[in-house]
Design a protein around this ligand. Structure first.
Ligand SMILES: Cc1cc2nc3c(=O)[nH]c(=O)nc-3n(C[C@H](O)[C@H](O)[C@H](O)COP(=O)(O)O)c2cc1C
Length: 189
């Protein structure tokens, strides 16, 4: 039996993206974003409320970074998702997170996060009280500790977080269970 749950954002998994920005005085801020994803191989989008400090910062700088939250930083990732930089100017310091300026865009990288995409804004569209922001990924900065010997992302070392919006839970990315662009071939024979 199927049950209708009405309109809900139940895509599984959702990411736990940490979007980091500078304000006009170059103070860093960061927020937790589940409503984001890939547009194509060099573009991503994030969907964020107009009232967030991050939204003001992105409009001012036309740039941001997207860090992948990992299991080692659940508390920090959740904190930046419940406290606004509008109310806590030392938000990142309170979270125990440290930043360095991106070499490629006018936005900070969070040192503690293992993978960061550095992004330049291409489009901002407003839907009700949400901004859909499409941006070009101009670089990806990765900790060597989460790379395989041949330079690929080692998900077994990454321990990336996923968001379960139905249960308001964080999950750790699980084990490999298949091979993409390959497992389906057995049905094509
Ligand atoms: C798990 C989680 C996911 C979230 N996803 C989003 C999101 O996709 N879009 C959004 O606008 N806010 C989202 N938030 C809320 C913001 O991260 C939060 O309001 C934050 O304090 C905004 O910070 P700022 O005002 O410093 O930019 C999420 C929060 C949590 C805890």
């Amino acid at each position: 039996m199927k049950k209708n749950l009405g309109p809900n954002p139940y895509i599984y998994p959702q990411p736990v993206l940490i979007v980091a920005t500078y304000d006009e005085d170059n103070n860093p801020d960061a927020m937790n974003v589940a409503y984001g994803g890939i547009v194509n191989s060099n573009r991503l989008q994030i969907n964020i409320g107009v009232r967030h400090k991050t939204s003001d910062n992105i409009k001012a700088k036309q740039a941001f970074t997207v860090g992948i939250a990992d299991e080692a930083h659940i508390v920090e990732a959740d904190y930046v998702g419940i406290i606004s930089g509008h109310n806590e100017p030392d938000k990142l310091a309170k979270a125990g997170l440290h930043t360095i300026k991106s070499e490629f865009v006018d936005a900070p990288l969070i040192k503690e996060l293992p993978i960061t995409m550095e992004c330049k804004v291409e489009e901002i569209h407003q839907y009700d009280q949400t901004l859909r922001i499409v941006a070009e990924i101009v670089n990806v900065s990765v900790d060597e500790a989460v790379l395989t010997a041949d330079g690929k992302i080692d998900t077994a070392k990454l321990h990336a977080l996923c968001y379960d919006s139905s249960n308001r839970a964080y999950l750790a990315l699980g084990k490999k269970v298949g091979t993409a662009f390959s497992d389906g071939k057995k049905l094509a024979e």
